[in-house]
Design a protein. Structure first.
Lengths: 335, 175
């Protein structure tokens, strides 16, 4: 993973330090992450206009390349691309050519032949978007929409935007991430983003069987129960229990998990009185979160969805801009 | 760098020019929109001088620029803010300097995404000529012709001053 992340860093930025792919939070500095959040703020305003569209990606073709199914992420990427005036192609690969034996490289060559400018990639294999970014034609931007257990950087950034809106910033902030950390690419990206943006503490709350082995190196503290875990917490991020990724007996039962780690009104009271509750969705009501909390006044779960469009508009336009600026400079260098 | 012009005197001219134009066209309740950054400073002052009731708007044209495909997205983009309906309203659009006309084209495209205005009047503090698009201001404080290596910039917001400087090697951006 470390070599992958080191080369991802170099891949993500152009010669002027502008974003040109968005693969992982790892290696991006506070200034760039803040710029993504600020740019997204401007796109939120666009979303409130009568015409919710700007001409930035006019003439660009964006391909949503989903090797793993998704509703929310894919539809917000699609809406984001359309609000940037791009043409959008949605490909659900799990039902398409790869099931007929076509390799990933061949699929990409065919899509590039259609003069695509950007691929938004979701894949069950960690590192797949990174692989594509390395092999794709220069000038084509790759956005990671979630790869394996590795990263889901746009989800992390929309969460950061939601936190900044409700808490004003990250200084002094204590954030708890609760549940299935082990299988969560969302948690990995959130932890990196919170640390880069200067949160005071990122606390993971989970049974040891659902924590990764390298948990200390991630820059977090750990708690094994909700009462001590939620003490002084400003932001609670609940994760979905990823039943489809569970192998072996990591949990005694879902009911047992809900009893200990499920967020209900009673446990919410352990956190600060103004703590907000977040969830990347889709939520399992009664498995990790009680309906009264998910739909309650402290929940910002639907804000997260709205912010997802603005964040994806920001990342897509910045990456496309970085590619174009690089192309312009390369052409100048040759002249 | 040298202070070049008396900004107060130019603002007097802009105010009078605007009053005359509004009178001639029978426009009674215009709304003001300034283009960031210099245009917003000027809109703030003109808003007070013209005694308009409604707050003025601030436009950030970064998402509408025509050089995105050359230089990428402006890293300092901030939300535009138009605190009124633009539909069927008479708009006074204010910027500090007009040169190529590309900024104004971008601004008009953005304004139309909020609604269809009854009309737009363009007021700029300085007109440098060198137009690349068929766009002309209705009211101008001062027309200047610069040498190839000279640039002007409005400094502000308090106090406002216009500065003339010798350009470095980097080519000028269209204003």
């Amino acid at each position: 993973m470390t070599t992958t992340d080191a080369s991802a860093r170099a891949l993500q930025l152009n010669d002027q330090g502008q974003l040109r792919h968005f693969l992982t939070i790892d290696g991006l500095d506070r200034e760039l992450l803040t710029r993504i959040l600020d740019t997204a703020d401007s796109f939120i305003e666009v979303g409130e206009r009568r015409i919710k569209k700007v001409p930035l990606l006019r003439g660009c073709t964006v391909v949503n390349l989903f090797f793993e199914s998704s509703t929310r992420t894919r539809s917000t990427f699609e809406l984001a691309a359309k609000r940037l005036s791009a043409d959008v192609l949605n490909l659900d690969i799990s039902t398409s050519a790869t099931s007929k034996g076509e390799s990933l490289s061949d699929t990409l060559l065919n899509l590039e032949a259609m003069a695509s400018d950007m691929f938004v990639v979701r894949h069950s294999r960690s590192g797949a978007p990174h692989f594509i970014a390395q092999s794709v034609t220069p000038g084509v931007a790759i956005i990671n929409a979630g790869d394996g257990r590795h990263a889901h950087p746009t989800q992390a950034m929309l969460d950061m935007l939601t936190i900044r809106q409700h808490k004003g910033g990250f200084e002094g902030l204590k954030v708890a991430i609760v549940g299935d950390i082990l299988h969560s690419r969302v948690a990995r990206s959130q932890i990196q983003a919170l640390n880069v943006l200067g949160a005071e503490e990122v606390r993971l709350i989970a049974p040891s069987t659902l924590l990764p082995t390298d948990v200390e190196s991630l820059g977090c503290t750990v708690a094994y129960d909700m009462r001590s875990g939620l003490k002084d917490i400003d932001v609670i991020i609940m994760l979905r229990l990823q039943r489809e990724r569970m192998e072996g007996a990591l949990l005694p039962s879902e009911r047992e998990f809900y009893k200990v780690y499920g967020l209900n009104t009673e446990k919410l009271a352990y956190a600060k009185p103004d703590a907000i509750v977040m969830h990347p969705g889709p939520i399992n009501r009664g498995v990790e979160i009680e309906s009264a909390v998910a739909d309650g006044p402290r929940s910002v779960i639907l804000n997260q969805v709205t912010n997802g469009i603005a964040i994806r508009m920001a990342v897509m336009s910045m990456a496309m801009g970085g590619q174009r600026a690089q192309r312009g400079q390369d052409a100048e260098g040759q002249a | 760098m040298t202070a070049l012009l008396n900004v107060d005197a130019l603002l007097d001219d802009l105010e009078q020019g605007l009053r005359r134009l509004l009178r001639e066209r029978g426009i009674e309740q215009p709304v003001l929109i300034g283009i960031r950054t210099g245009g917003v400073w000027l809109a703030d002052i003109l808003h007070k001088r013209l005694g308009l009731d409604e707050p003025f708007g601030e436009l950030d044209i970064s998402f509408y620029r025509d050089d995105f495909s050359r230089i990428g997205l402006n890293p300092k983009v901030r939300p535009s803010h138009l605190p009124f309906e633009t539909e069927d309203r008479h708009i006074i659009l204010v910027d500090d300097v007009i040169m190529s006309g590309r900024t104004i084209r971008a601004a008009m495209n953005e304004i139309f995404d909020y609604g269809r205005p009854a009309g737009i009047i363009l007021a700029t503090l300085i007109d440098l000529g060198a137009r690349e698009l068929p766009i002309q201001p209705d009211v101008v404080g001062q027309t200047l012709t610069l040498k190839a290596n000279e640039r002007v910039k409005l400094k502000g917001p308090d106090p406002l001053s216009v500065e003339l400087r010798q350009a470095d090697a980097t080519p000028a951006k269209g204003a």
